[in-house]
Design a protein around this ligand. Structure first.
Ligand SMILES: Nc1nc2c(ncn2[C@@H]2O[C@H](COP(=O)(O)OP(=O)(O)OP(=O)(O)O)[C@@H](O)[C@H]2O)c(=O)[nH]1
Ligand SMILES: [Mg+2]
Length: 206
């Protein structure tokens, strides 16, 4: 199993802990308590590629969005393989808050970090303040951001898809597939760590 460190960033109340709770425990709490400092969860994701299963272990760090915890973020974010950046579709301020989170991540994570942008609370249609158009315009400032995944932790919509997309991106960025046996192994190696096949220069993408 390949293990990856994933961090969640975004302003207070955007729904970070709720997303993790839906994904890890399939539960939702209307009165979710604020995260004090940091919280941690683990979950496995299985990616299936042409009948072959690859298991990824995600170590997920969830941060309290309250300003006073922000100083903790750099040390815990260190070495992260992926960052989920969340904004709340019912709170436009949280969209503008992303600039600050992007900077903290870029200052503290490796350039290789996978970043995914997540819009939360799409079930609250009557309270929506951020249209897809507005979010896309804002996110055009960031050249890594080609898509925004719209989720609801209340209904569960696109929560699984978020983590499957993340897992596929982690695979693509960190592992290569052996042309001989089909196993994924570290992109840093020159020989398949399973069957020993020497890699050719054209590494096959998943
Ligand atoms: N309707 C609805 N409410 C949600 C959704 N996600 C989160 N909430 C609610 O929004 C509030 C804040 O959610 P949290 O998950 O605690 O937010 P957070 O980003 O972890 O907040 P901090 O820990 O303070 O940074 C809670 O009352 C949740 O029940 C959603 O998809 N739909
Ligand atoms: Mg929280």
């Amino acid at each position: 199993m390949y293990r990856f460190k994933v961090i969640l960033a975004g302003d207070k109340n955007v729904g970070k802990s709720s997303l993790i709770s839906r994904f890890c425990d399939n539960s939702f709490d209307e009165h979710m308590k604020e995260t004090i400092g940091v919280a941690f969860k683990r979950k496995k994701v299985i990616v299936i590629d042409r009948d072959r299963e690859t298991t990824l272990g995600l170590n997920i760090w969830d941060f309290g969005g309250e300003e006073k915890y922000r100083k903790l973020f750099p040390s815990y974010a260190y070495g992260a393989n992926a960052a989920l950046l969340l904004f709340d579709t019912t709170n436009e301020k949280s969209l503008h808050g992303l600039a600050n989170w992007v900077k903290i991540i870029e200052d503290n994570c490796t350039p290789n970090v996978v970043k995914l942008l997540i819009a939360t609370k799409i079930d609250l249609k009557e309270k929506r303040e951020v249209s897809t158009k507005k979010a896309k315009e804002y996110c055009n400032n960031y050249n890594w951001c080609k898509e925004i995944i719209k989720t609801s932790s209340k209904t569960g919509e696109y929560v699984e898809d978020t983590f499957l997309t993340l897992a596929k991106k982690l695979l693509k960025r960190n592992l290569q597939k052996c042309k001989d046996c089909g196993t994924f192994f570290s992109i840093k190696l020159k020989f398949c760590s399973f069957c020993g096949e020497k890699i050719k220069m054209d590494v096959s993408p998943i």
